[in-house]
Design a protein around this ligand. Structure first.
Ligand code: NCD
Length: 305
């Protein structure tokens, strides 16, 4: 039995296979419509979510399976003081696979110690978000045609943004990848990523504050929201929340093939006027998120179609 805590739980070869499967699902959805008949997915969400939870549920429903779960810690027995370990032991009796989101880093990992069903980390605090990364990889591979030879700009909250941390971990395994980290000084990428991931692998990167100065050299711009819920005080959040606003004027400085990605939800960091730009890929990204989660469920349940 296999759990997914980080994108590194898959080798590059396994990821290729998973993305191939997701592309086949995109092309031939009918072939997979009953692949998970009789199977149940549980979604255990201790922290708010729209896309991740619903895309997991949509994925299981499109595979013919059923879903159950909770979308809010307050409506689960966590509110009575039940531990994650006890909850997962019980869920193992109700479902075949589960996706868990939790505000504490490592909570899904704790669940794996007692779970008798595969556990998927659907976001743990500011740490990792592997299924968003699978979504991002499928979007890049589908729309750019490759996962190597890319200059990637990551902009916004690089300190608390778990999608950023997971994506960096995943992309450094491909050839000729360089990063441009665009953030205010307070929201720079954590030292452990700089030291253990980038420097350790000799990856080329620069850290800058102004998006305008670097946007022209990017193949891909990954925008992120300032993670309000991880700030210690509201004042800092208010000061930093509108630090970056991607608008038509800035898009005019970018390459004609540069893609704009965003894990969503968007707050103000991308102006709605950018939505109609053909380079805006963030809503397509949402659709890829369903295919890739379908592929992940099939892989973890070892269902062959
Ligand atoms: C992200 C998350 O939860 O980390 N959202 C998502 O899953 N698509 C990004 C965010 O909340 O900013």
């Amino acid at each position: 039995m296999r759990h997914v805590m980080s994108p590194l739980d898959f080798s590059v070869g396994e990821l290729d296979k998973l993305l191939d499967l997701a592309s086949d699902i995109e092309k031939n959805p009918a072939k997979y419509a009953h692949a998970c008949d009789g199977k149940v997915l549980a979604t255990l969400f201790y922290e708010p979510s729209t896309r991740t939870r619903l895309s997991f549920e949509s994925a299981m429903i499109h595979l013919g399976g059923q879903v159950l779960g909770f979308s809010n810690a307050a409506s689960s027995s966590a509110a009575k003081g039940e531990s994650v370990s006890d909850t997962i032991r019980m869920i193992s009796c109700y479902a075949d696979i589960c996706a868990m989101r939790h505000p504490k880093e490592g909570a899904p990992m704790v669940a794996t110690a007692v779970s008798s069903i595969p556990v998927i980390n659907a976001g743990d605090g500011g740490h990792q978000h592997p299924t968003q990364t699978l979504t991002d990889l499928m979007t890049i591979r589908s729309l750019k045609g490759r996962l190597n030879h890319l200059t990637i700009g990551l902009c916004g909250d690089l300190k608390f943004g778990r999608t950023v941390h997971s994506l960096i971990n995943a992309l450094v395994r491909y050839e000729d990848i360089s990063f441009v980290f665009i953030s205010p000084d307070e929201l720079r990428i954590p030292d452990y990523i700089r030291e253990d991931v980038l420097d350790a692998k000799g990856i080329s990167y620069q850290e800058v504050e102004r998006l305008e100065d670097v946007i022209g050299g990017l193949d891909l711009l990954y925008m992120t929201r300032v993670q309000r819920e991880r700030f210690f005080n509201e004042e800092d959040y208010v000061r930093l929340k509108d630090f970056y606003i991607l608008d038509k004027k800035k898009m005019a400085l970018a390459n004609e093939n540069m893609l704009v990605l965003h894990p969503l939800p968007r707050v103000n960091e991308i102006s709605v006027e950018v939505d109609s730009d053909p380079r805006a890929a963030y809503f397509k990204q949402v659709q890829y998120g369903v295919y890739v989660r379908m592929a992940l469920i099939l892989t973890l349940l070892e269902v062959e179609v």
